[in-house]
Write a protein that binds this ligand. Structure first.
Ligand SMILES: [Zn+2]
Ligand SMILES: [Zn+2]
Length: 337
């Protein structure tokens, strides 16, 4: 079968690879669409510390079931599905707490294991999700579920006013998820295009933090007390700090961004405001199901969120272009079969 193999940073090639053999409990899938996100770009650039080479990338997947190792009440051959690309160990403290998304030994398809940029993959049946969605929508379920998980971590309801730093792939998912829960959602970014898309995804308000004073703009929307929740999806020390400084007393702060440098805090704010501060990583099955519901209700601007569609042969060049112009794309989708 045909695959895209990342031999080393910058060296992605279409080549032949043995077709997978279906194991007990697995489904053989024909891959149809694969979404590429910032993680894949980092792997291509050699800046993803979790990836090893050579590696077949691809963790945002729409596929058609070819064959099942055993009959199943829901899944049948010919059905289009998406799937969770995560694999947990079942032994660590995260797994024992049933928070499999944060497994200490987590292995994600396309990162620590070969992924879906291949004609066929074989995966455990319990990893599959069916939905009344087309292939492009199925392919967006995983990336959007990461933002949904952050919203779940903050227990966001329609009573909340939620500010979100960063409207890239993950942040945009958090915007859509918070709006889907009925919260008043405020999207913050320094890119007009991303802010326009955030509005289409459900943001009631947008703030361009490069042009506007963030404290003043926030106060004009939510008043002097500040938003109930701050979600950080950028990963900069300034935004990590601003979330704690600007959130309301007894507010919640969720971090999805990875800060590369150490961050210095005025820790008295943690105590004085009695904040709940937490991290969010990957997603749980419940997050996948909620994103499917959101997409089935057409609550996300699918067409505008996909910047470019390419064939497998065009993918190496598309990643090169993305690496040269990182702000040109948010989501590239590969037509596999
Ligand atoms: Zn991704
Ligand atoms: Zn584990």
């Amino acid at each position: 079968m045909k695959v895209l193999m990342l031999h080393s940073p910058g060296d992605l090639r279409v080549e032949e690879f043995p077709k997978p053999t279906m194991q007990p409990g697995e489904a053989l899938l024909r891959v149809r669409r694969v979404g590429l996100c910032g993680t894949d770009l980092s792997s291509w650039r050699g800046r993803n510390p979790l990836v090893s080479y050579p590696r077949i990338p691809g963790h945002e997947i729409a596929a058609t079931i070819v064959q099942l190792s055993e009959p199943h009440p829901v899944f049948i051959p010919g059905m289009d599905v998406t799937l969770s690309p995560y694999r947990h160990c079942g032994q660590c403290s995260a797994c024992r707490n049933r928070r499999f998304n944060a497994c200490r030994e987590n292995q994600t398809l396309g990162v620590q294991r070969h992924g879906a940029l291949a004609d066929f993959i074989s995966v455990p049946i319990d990893r599959l999700y069916r939905a009344n969605l087309d292939l492009r929508e199925l392919c967006l379920v995983e990336p959007l579920s990461v933002g949904m998980h952050a919203v779940t971590r903050a227990a966001i309801t329609d009573q909340d006013r939620v500010a979100i730093f960063g409207c890239g792939g993950v942040g945009l998912g958090a915007v859509a998820a918070a709006a889907f829960r009925g919260a008043v959602t405020i999207a913050i970014d320094v890119d007009d295009g991303k802010l326009a898309l955030a509005r289409e995804a459900g943001a009631a308000h947008t703030i361009h933090s490069g042009r506007q004073s963030l404290p003043e703009a926030l106060a004009a929307i939510v008043g002097y007390h500040g938003p109930d929740v701050f979600i950080e999806a950028v990963g900069l020390p300034e935004t990590f700090r601003a979330a704690v400084e600007l959130v309301a007393f007894t507010g919640r702060v969720v971090y999805i961004g990875y800060a590369k440098e150490a961050v210095t805090y005025e820790t008295r704010l943690f105590v004085q405001k009695e904040l709940d501060i937490c991290g969010a990583r990957n997603a749980l099955p419940e997050d996948f199901r909620q994103v499917i519901e959101m997409l089935e209700q057409h609550r996300f601007p699918v067409d505008r969120a996909i910047d470019k569609e390419v064939s497998m042969e065009e993918t190496p060049e598309a990643l090169r272009e993305w690496s040269d112009h990182p702000t040109r794309f948010r989501k590239i989708m590969v037509r596999v079969g």
